[in-house]
Design a protein around this ligand. Structure first.
Ligand code: ARG
Length: 463
């Protein structure tokens, strides 16, 4: 017999290579608090149903509580020889309370145990991420309110398109993050079922009470199918998918920060708190945090891919492949948490050069659409024809090297004789942006309303 917990039918020790590939304690020790929580609920149920005596349950509970304390204060000694977190906790329990520790694993398997621990972990982490995302929305909405009237160029194809305001741009991210939070909420609602009691794969002949353990652990209900309970990792996949989409959103903002802080754009500046220098070029101010948010999105997306590939084609029920679910998940969710904090920090830190933005908004004939709209509204031209006329006027202005608002009326009338002095009333960038009052449009009055709506909603959530 070997010294392993599962070693009853084994004669000789395992190969060092097997140990090396099999061991998970270095990373799954992170599930220590969840593992103890799961075991506390399980033992309470075993006592409640009479499967264990009250006396044994009390001693197991006492031992588990001591272990919880040891994990919290960092004195718990994790052993590689004990493979994973479940066996580490069980072995320590035996050290503390003796052979009665062996009764804890009645009507349970590591398969339903790890499924339960990981669900608890993912659920806790979703709650933490949601609070962080709400804080990021708060930072963005506050900034948006401050910058509701700050005119900036809006881009398509990264070419000046039409003037918008910086506040409007920031609120676009508040909307995206709102949907990201919705995706995490959906994932959380679907994962809110307790697999504990599915045992190895088939359930158990002991008269367990799965509603009891589910309620104890704060789950909405127990899972319905024992095979599904131990084979399902789509709760992780869904969470990693929500993380990947969120990171993708953050990476777009990160890229814009990188762009806007270049001397060529100089729309915004980060303080020394969020800027690094170059070891060779004394003039450099680098937005490393923004670049790293952009960069870390790679590993966050990668974690989703990696687990999809692990799960693909895996037969029911539990296979050891599934132990590969943890490292990528920890890394993805840790990285995302850092990225959210970094973006929130930079949002609060950034100072906005309104003059520079306003000037850029006027460049590149960004009010050409306003001219075309004026031709439609005032002269009754079909939009396609107005588009054409405007194009010719823009070409003349470009040739003269002046903005549309500086082009003499006579030059415009050479293209379309009915154009009157009134056209100049729509050619300034402020006028253009103020006119965008359609639902969801960029007008400062809209932006103020929307920013306040979000701030009210976030305030309500906090109470
Ligand atoms: N460490 C394992 C994991 O994370 C726990 C479940 C192991 N179950 C088993 N039958 N070997 O997946």
């Amino acid at each position: 017999m070997t010294s392993k917990i599962w070693g009853g039918r084994f004669q000789s020790a395992t190969d060092a290579i097997l140990e090396a590939i099999n061991v998970s304690i270095e990373f799954d020790k992170r599930l220590g608090p969840q593992d103890v929580r799961g075991s506390l609920a399980h033992v309470a149920m075993l006592a409640e149903t009479g499967i264990l005596t009250r006396e044994d349950a009390v001693s197991i509970t006492r031992g588990l509580e001591q272990i919880r304390g040891e994990i919290e204060e960092g004195s718990f000694v994790f052993s590689r020889a004990l493979e994973d977190i479940h066996m580490n906790v069980e072995a320590r329990l035996a050290e503390i309370i003796g052979p009665v520790a062996g009764r804890l694993h009645t009507a349970r398997s590591r398969n339903d145990q790890v499924a339960t621990d990981f669900r608890l972990f993912v659920r806790d982490t979703i709650d933490d991420l949601d609070a962080q995302l709400a804080d990021l929305q708060q930072a963005l909405a506050e900034k948006a309110l401050e910058e509701a009237g700050s005119v900036m160029p809006g881009f398509t194809h990264l070419q000046s398109a039409q003037p918008v305001t910086f506040g409007h741009h920031l609120l676009a991210y508040v909307e995206m993050i709102g949907r990201d939070r919705g995706r995490f909420r959906d994932a959380r609602a679907r994962l809110d079922e307790c697999p504990l009691g599915a045992a190895a794969l088939a359930g158990t002949s002991f008269p367990i009470d799965r509603d009891f353990t589910a309620a104890r652990l704060g789950f909405a209900r127990p899972t319905a199918n024992s095979l599904d309970s131990v084979s399902d990792r789509d709760f992780v996949l869904e969470t990693l998918s929500a993380a990947a989409i969120t990171a993708t959103h953050l990476s777009r903002f990160a890229e814009e920060i990188v762009l806007w802080t270049t001397p060529q754009f100089a729309f915004v500046a980060l303080s020394d708190k969020f800027t690094t220098g170059s070891s060779i070029m004394p003039q450099k101010r680098n937005p490393d945090a923004a670049e790293l948010v952009r960069g870390k999105t790679g590993r966050i997306i990668g974690a989703l891919q990696a687990l999809l590939i692990v799960m693909k084609g895996l037969p029911l029920a539990y296979s050891k492949d599934m132990q590969e679910d943890k490292e990528g998940t920890f890394d993805s969710l840790d990285s995302l948490s850092l990225c959210i904090a970094a973006i929130a920090g930079m949002t609060r830190d950034m100072s906005v050069d309104r003059v520079k933005m306003r000037k850029a908004a006027g460049a590149g004939y960004a009010t050409a659409t306003d001219l075309a709209d004026w031709l439609v509204r005032t002269l009754g031209l079909p939009f396609r024809e107005a588009h054409h006329v405007t194009g010719r006027i823009v070409a003349i202005a470009a040739e003269r090297g002046v903005g549309l608002e500086k082009l003499p009326l006579a030059e415009m009338q050479n293209v379309e004789p009915r154009i009157s002095q009134d056209v100049f009333s729509v050619l300034g960038v402020e006028k253009s942006v103020r006119s965008r009052t359609s639902h969801g449009g960029a007008a400062p009055s809209n932006v103020r309303k929307q920013a306040k709506r979000w701030l009210r909603q976030l305030e309500k959530e906090r109470n």
